[in-house]
Write a protein of this length. Structure first.
Length: 192
């Protein structure tokens, strides 16, 4: 094979579209839940949310059970804040499928997650959500760690959306090894 046939491109062979299989950071319309799951682990149980857009680009997050661990959650006050944050996330997603007045309880993290997943059932199948995506410290797209994350675009018009990219959201990659906690500023509130 000669070198002259290896170089060059045509409209049929090269696309300028990104070949990434992940959603980019920003706010996206028409993203679908593909999996809701509670995963029991003796060290770190979690509530998993996986999503994809119509082109198959994905995003997910594991919301770990809040526990005093001495590093991230050090005090009872930290634990209470973490539990309250998780409750907002769970309410945010469950109310997109069970109505805005939906309430849930459970005697433990496991039972609450399981109850919510059972109540949602398959209501998420085929239901598009407006979804916020940010970058983690390793520059991978993930669902945020605080609510609101999801909106029902059939209920909340774009002009009334509460989903915004704010100063603590990472939406631009930082070089590995650099301080990944530097907040992004002057970022448009609506990107996709």
């Amino acid at each position: 094979m000669s070198n002259e046939n290896l170089w060059g491109f045509t409209a049929e062979t090269v696309s300028e579209e990104s070949s990434s299989k992940f959603l980019r950071a920003g706010i996206h319309e028409a993203v679908f839940v593909t999996k809701l799951e509670y995963v029991s682990d003796p060290n770190n149980s979690y509530f998993l949310v996986e999503m994809a857009d119509k082109d198959g680009k994905t995003v997910n997050r594991r919301y770990f059970e809040p526990k005093i661990d001495g590093s991230v959650i050090k005090t009872t006050k930290d634990l209470e804040k973490s539990v309250a944050s998780f409750m907002k996330i769970l309410a945010n997603i469950s109310r997109k499928f069970n109505g805005e007045d939906y309430v849930a309880e459970g005697e433990s993290f496991a039972l609450l997650c399981t109850n919510v997943i059972n109540e949602i059932g398959d209501k998420y199948v085929g239901k598009p959500l407006r979804t916020k995506v940010v970058l983690n410290k390793k520059n991978f797209p993930v669902l945020p760690s605080y609510a609101p994350i999801w909106e029902d675009p059939t209920v909340v018009p774009l002009v009334a959306s509460k989903l915004t990219i704010n100063e603590i959201d990472r939406v631009k990659s930082t070089p590995q090894g650099a301080d990944a906690d530097i907040p992004v500023t002057n970022t448009p509130s609506w990107t996709s």
